[in-house]
Design a protein around this ligand. Structure first.
Ligand code: SF4
Ligand code: FES
Length: 258
């Protein structure tokens, strides 16, 4: 199959970017989208030109490294699919495909299709962990977790930190990512001792970054390769509200949020 590509090229964080046209000829439709970029890059290297920078690691949808906006959709046209798992058979022969980096103030472009997602690391560093003296391994059944709770925790823990939710959100909000990272710990018994402190620290770090506010467009949920539900945002907001109420001195509880 043949594809016409328009790829965002940007030499550095402060350089002006532009869409460059490339013709991909006789491409195997069973290739992944990242393999398409590999082939284009081989051609560029042969011509002595700078290859297109893009991020990738596992190429099996689990590490969260990859991610580009394809024809305006984060991770492309197939639901619940990271860019590395997207195959060219989902495109038509002769189609024109536009490839851009994540577009969000919170993710500045470093070069071509690579963005700085350090803000996600800082949100996790603010509270996305459980502090314990580990000692020796505890007996497996010493902290019982019910099946419904463990299933829900695993749903949220599937977040791979790719950033598609931010890229697709008209507000550039990071609520789905943050809610998944707060939620999978706050729902488990192990997460209870730091539950209120965790949600305050992570939400306030999210707000300190250059992300926007959530106004329930739910574009994030639509493009998330792990189908994380926006229900987690509601849970995070509730936990944050409860945590802030707990911070109030005694006697100030009247006249608050109903
Ligand atoms: S919530 Fe989904 S889209 Fe957002 S970072 Fe996690 S896996 Fe990626
Ligand atoms: S390269 Fe790891 S999720 Fe795509």
């Amino acid at each position: 199959m043949n594809l016409t590509l328009f790829v965002w090229r940007q030499d550095g964080p402060n350089a002006a970017g532009r869409l460059e046209r490339y013709e991909a000829r006789d491409i195997n439709e069973h290739m992944s989208f990242l393999e398409l970029l590999d082939v284009v890059n081989e051609g560029l290297i042969e011509k002595g030109e700078r290859p297109i920078e893009f991020e990738h690691d596992c190429r099996e949808g689990i590490c969260g490294s990859c991610g580009v906006v394809i024809n305006g959709i984060a991770h492309g046209p197939t639901r619940a699919t990271a860019t590395c798992q997207l195959h060219l058979r989902h495109f038509r022969d002769g189609e024109t495909v536009t490839i851009e980096p994540w577009r969000a103030k919170g993710f500045p472009v470093m070069q071509d299709l690579v963005v700085d997602r350090g803000a996600f690391d800082r949100i996790v560093q603010a509270g996305g962990f459980i502090s314990v003296n580990t000692g020796s391994a505890p007996e497996a059944n010493s902290v019982p977790v019910s099946k419904p709770v463990s299933d829900q925790a695993m749903d949220a823990a599937q977040c791979i930190g790719c950033g598609a939710c931010v890229a697709q959100c008209p507000n550039g909000a990071a609520h789905l990512f943050t809610a998944a990272k707060v939620g999978h710990l706050n729902i488990l018994p192990h997460g209870q001792p730091e539950r209120w402190e965790r949600v305050i620290r992570m939400v306030e770090q999210m707000e300190a970054e250059a992300f926007g506010s959530c106004s329930n467009f739910r574009e994030c949920e639509a493009v998330c390769p792990k189908e994380i539900s926006t229900d987690w945002i509601a849970r995070m907001n509730r936990d944050y509200l409860l945590a802030k109420l707990r911070e109030r001195p005694a006697g100030e509880e009247k006249g608050g949020v109903g």
